[in-house]
Design a protein around this ligand. Structure first.
Ligand code: FAD
Ligand code: DLZ
Ligand code: SF4
Length: 508
């Protein structure tokens, strides 16, 4: 019997397990642009355009390679609206009930596929380096699941940057050589822009017609949309940015959204690049003397360490993970996350860039927008929905543990050993944002006091019972307790007043 072979919008890889199991001469590949996937959050228009264009080009690529592909566009009058409904429609059309699929990256869709009245074979996603079983074996019996130890296992498993049984250079982690602040003469050639073509233009028109109310600018559209383009972006990164990747990972600079970041997350997550090929290219750059060890190790750690670890947590913790709220934060997400005015320059820069590019780098996500939401006590489910919507690389398996766990501490400390909170001083040290801000980063109280300064103490004090005993936070509590009493009261009162203004929708 003919089998339907499902290929989702983030499964655009030749070696996908469902394709590997199928018979090209008999089976039928099913791909569909559907309202349910395009609308389960209000995705950034650039993310939708990237996904649809890359899907259409991958379908053409499969056809050229001899596959039979049935492809449903979003505006097809027969479109059944969801992935399971499309599979049912195609199953009836073809007189089959057999479906081969690679496990989707979201519980939501896994459950929807399992509920279909069709004979489903769900295969492991072979594009990751660590299987669910391997992750569980590593996690079993450990009190805490720290990424650093997982990462060492992955180095041993892949052999990347290994010198026999020992890590290259004698150390596993070279982060102490990294974390340089931004200086205004930092300059990197921005990633290559995609050239327009008929497929992209048709999708841009469709997305403009259907999703122009979503937050985010569709044009100019700059992402690559096929494997050849993704490989060009990777080449560009290895040549122009990797050598400085380590030192400037945490830097932020107004007007330079990318600095020395790779800007390949969306290609990796959609399947246009594979994690091993990316890391092998980086390792070769080191062995050829083109990039130093601290940068290459730092980059490889993000991919075989963080990326695989985060996925392991998502699948190990189960479908309720995105709804966790360990700190019982209930505030609504402030409107400025969707582009209304804010006087905080760092936040305005990170969100403005997100609106224009569907991209912000890790420290902007963690220490600016994430930090503010955590300090202000925003409901993590709303923060999660925002991050899932606005970034071109966002899928729940990777976004939720980063947001709910790492950034909002809403999983109670599975991913992060302490909350990622900071006052304005951190942002000032790592960026040039504060110079152009309405607020004064040096002011701890008063009309122009930096909101991060006020809310930092408010956060620590309202969660004192939970965090005071954490050895990594004890010093912060001692610092607060050493402040003069009147000053302590003033800080907390002003923080309360700021939160009230936020609740009333005043510009903050
Ligand atoms: P680089 O900084 O150049 O890093 C190279 C690659 O390493 C990335 O492309 C990515 O594949 C991987 N990587 C780095 N850090 C992480 C991490 N913490 N988790 C997983 N992979 C990582 N990443 C996503 O891919 N999708 C998301 O939806 C996402 N949401 C995030 C939400 C929050 C609140 C935070 C703090 C981080 C989030 N990240 C997410 C992780 C990280 O910010 C992005 O992977 C990175 O910014 C992508 O840009 P880049 O390709 O330039 O990455
Ligand atoms: C992100 C996305 C969007 C916007 N649209 C589609 C779509 O129409 N069809 C599809 O197959 N996939 C789409 N995707 C990617 C899916 O949302 C993704 O496969 C799941 O979230 C699982 O990770
Ligand atoms: Fe951000 Fe505060 Fe600096 Fe303004 S002063 S840019 S709000 S850290």
């Amino acid at each position: 019997m003919v089998k339907l072979v499902l290929v989702l919008g983030d499964q655009l890889s030749d070696g996908l397990s469902a394709l590997a199991r199928a018979d090209k001469t008999r089976d039928l590949v099913v791909m569909a642009e559907v309202a349910s996937e395009a609308g389960y959050v209000r995705h950034h228009p650039k993310k939708i355009a990237f996904t649809f264009t890359a899907m259409r080009k991958f379908a053409a690529h499969l056809r050229a390679a001899g596959w039979q592909v049935v492809y449903t566009t979003l505006d097809d009058p027969e479109n059944a609206g969801s992935i399971p409904a499309e599979l049912l429609r195609r199953a009836q059309e073809q007189g089959t009930s057999s479906v081969l699929a690679t496990e989707p990256g979201e519980w939501r869709l896994i459950e929807a596929l399992q509920d279909m009245p069709l004979d489903l074979t769900l295969l492991p996603d072979n594009r990751f380096l660590c299987s669910h079983a391997e992750f569980d074996t590593w996690a079993e019996g450990r009190k805490v699941l720290r990424m650093e130890y997982f990462y060492r296992e992955m180095r041993r498993k892949t052999g990347l940057l290994m010198d026999g049984d020992t890590p290259e250079g004698g150390k596993w982690n070279y982060d102490h050589d990294n974390r340089k602040p931004a200086s205004s003469d930092l300059f990197r050639k921005p990633p290559p822009k995609a050239h327009g073509d008929a497929t992209l233009e048709a999708v841009l028109d469709l997305v403009e017609a259907r999703f122009s109310d979503n937050f985010g600018m569709l044009r100019p559209f700059h992402f690559q949309t096929d494997r050849a383009g993704a490989l060009r972006a990777l080449d560009h990164f290895i040549t122009h940015a990797l050598p400085e990747f380590g030192p400037y990972q945490d830097a932020m600079l107004e007007g330079d959204p990318y600095l020395y970041h790779a800007v390949i997350g969306l290609y990796l997550n959609a399947g246009l690049l594979g994690p091993m090929e990316v890391c092998e290219r980086a390792e070769k750059a080191y062995r050829d003397g083109h990039a130093p060890l601290n940068s290459v190790e730092g980059f490889i750690r993000q991919i075989i360490g963080w990326r695989e670890y985060i996925r392991g947590i998502y699948f190990r913790e189960g479908p309720d993970y995105p709804r966790r709220n360990a700190l019982n934060h209930q505030r609504k997400l402030p409107a400025f996350y969707w582009g209304t005015e804010t006087r905080m320059n760092c936040v305005a820069q990170a969100i403005g860039q997100t609106r224009d590019l569907a991209y912000a780098h890790h420290i902007q996500r963690l220490m600016v927008t994430g930090n503010f939401a955590l300090l202000a006590g925003v409901n993590p489910a709303e923060v999660h929905e925002w991050y899932l919507a606005v970034y071109a690389d966002a899928y729940e398996w990777v976004e939720a543990p980063n947001t709910v766990g790492m950034s909002q501490f809403a999983d109670g400390g599975i991913v992060a050993s302490k909350p990622y909170v900071s006052s304005g001083a951190y942002i000032d040290r790592m960026s040039d944002y504060c110079g152009g801000c309405h607020y004064r980063v040096k002011d701890k109280t008063g009309e122009r006091a930096c909101p991060f300064n006020l809310l930092y103490w408010h956060f620590l004090i309202r969660h004192r019972a939970r965090f005071e005993g954490n050895p990594r936070m004890a010093q912060m509590y001692r610092t607060f307790d050493r402040m003069e009493e009147g000053r302590r009261a003033r800080v907390l009162d002003e923080a309360e007043a700021l939160l009230d203004r936020l609740s009333c929708g005043e510009v903050v």
